[in-house]
Ligand binder design. Sequence first.
Ligand code: SAM
Length: 213
Amino acid sequence: MTDEDKEYSARIIGWLEQSYVAADERGDIFGGSGSSGDMAHWETRRRVIASAFDRDGTWLDVGCANGLLMATLQEWVAERGCAIKPYGLELSARVAERARIRYPQFADRIWTGNVMSFEPAIRFDFVTAISDFVAPNRCAAMVQRIAGLYLKRGGRVILSCYGPGGFITATKASADDPRRFIVEAGLRVAGYAEHRYKASNLVKVRTAWADIE
Ligand SMILES: C[S@@+](CC[C@H](N)C(=O)[O-])C[C@H]1O[C@@H](n2cnc3c(N)ncnc32)[C@H](O)[C@@H]1O
């Protein structure tokens, strides 16, 4: 992990930790994952990620926050006929603790750590991550690290970019394209999905994935 990675992650902790913990403690499950609104709002912004799952397997949600995506994506993928077992990795120890309290069934599968330094004891069939976990010039390195250290052979890295109002991206007009980072990492894009706002046609979420040989 570079000094730039450390500084970037420290800024993220300062920016979101207290608000995520406070939201989760007062029962705002969506705020505890950096979102707002209700389940319908959450679902329209996150269900698109389920498109990347096409078989049973273990799944690590990097940046699991209070665990909401672990619980909901597992259900959406089950509707597609696939059974995935969720694991979580979270930068903030305080936020990770909220996930363990909220989802005791996942508690022993949630670790605290930075994706750029954590070394998982096991490897996964699927790993999801968001481009904003690192600076843009470090995203390909993050994808390579996930591919080399986190995934089983044949496993799938699933990278999402969130757009306006999203994680660190409130000022962006539209989501970045994760396919660019996957190609920069030297991998071949195996699939892509996106969710657009109906009114403006701006892209809220882009998700792309690559399989590791
Ligand atoms: C917007 S939430 C994501 C919640 C959920 N996974 C989703 O996609 O909606 C981002 C979470 O990622 C965590 N995070 C940010 N950088 C990280 C890093 N380098 N390693 C691990 N987790 C990180 C943050 O602390 C925060 O809780």
